[in-house]
Design a protein around this ligand. Sequence first.
Ligand code: MF3
Ligand code: CO
Length: 436
Amino acid sequence: MESPFATRRRPHDAPVLIKHDECGAYMNYINNTDVIRYGTYVHVRKGSIRANATKSASVVYTHATQFSSKKFSTVATFSRRHRTSKKAAGAGGDTGARASRVDAAPGIGMFSKRAAARRRRAAEPDVSVAVARAERRLEKHSSTRSSSSTRGTRSLGDAVAYAAIALGVCLLLFSRRIPVHGPEDFAPMRRAGRLAARALAHVEPHVVPGVDTGTLDDVVRAFLASRGARAATLGYRGYNHSSCISPNEVVCHGVPSASVVLNAGDIVNVDVAVVTSEGWHGDVSRTLFVGGRAAANVAARRLVDTTRDALRLGLEACRPGARIGDVLEPIARRLRAEGYGVVDRYAAHGVGRRFHQPPTIRHGAGAVRNRGWRLRPGHFFTIEPMATENGSVETATLSDGWTVVTADRASRSAQFEHTVGVGERACEIFTRDDAR
Ligand code: MF3
Ligand code: CO
């Protein structure tokens, strides 16, 4: 590259460019995020006084298709800052003068090649600017010997800024991290899972023609209270019931109510999530036949039986070292083979000390073999496929803000759910009901 120094005529006592480096562009590959710094660095000398200057810019790229721009906003908020500052040092010391631009507008534009090129150009080393700036510093100091009161402002600003980026990235990573539980966490999870399963078994005989779902919820609440526990759903995001009870075309989150009366031939999912006094969560659901299996028509039986069986197939594929796609694929395959839809809008989830925690598990989109995160000992999560009778996965939410129904309000839906933990050699079903 041509030296800008060579193109300039300077007086005899002009500063001498003694060093010119392209800043080594560096790249941090942090979970699909590249932070690249472009720039140039010059070092000039005049007599015994030396000065340096850089012009550089950081460009934050993301290649992540899995991040929404919103999730990236922690970084982006910082990145939009545009700062220029100058600092000076006394004679004999290094003098820094840097103009730095941090340019990383978030959003869709970030992904386009042209936008990336534009940012790169904005960040391209501008040696003459850097040299001129270094020279100005140098001249100023040889004449005024001013104090260096502003010294460090720039580097402090940089430090704060980069700490903010690092913090943002860390928070982003942490919020998506799948908790890995220790061996000592299995026992309290077993207790939580068993309690949820028992609550469900306890309410089951009450699911008879003529009962309303509000009454069933009362039964669940009383049972849990008698065990010194309560439902995790109680007070969860404004939900005020101890179960979700979802008959027929209700896909999930059916709100228990005295006005929802079950009839013979109905199918109904009862979903119970508990939190024990120790603070651990168990989450389980089953779809039941109101008035017994014989009361249900053939289509309802096929839907319910297939969904139960699909969950079984998924759990059989659950083992340490497998990927979540290996668990979900047999479930979706079984359901789709019968022409059922695999609901994707409502997901399964990590569970433990929190009711819902990473990961989010999509039964539809995630159902690809050898895809997704790898199951490790200590991962706790639910598997809870929802199948729709007519194959459509379109849903609607009723005006209560909770009850999710199939879009045509006719196609029925079934769901089964277990809470599992990945052990050293196999997956353990915490919500297994040993009475069945
Ligand atoms: N078992 C459901 C789940 O896994 C229960 C949802 S409860 C609700 O999330 F409060 F969110 F409706
Ligand atoms: Co759940």
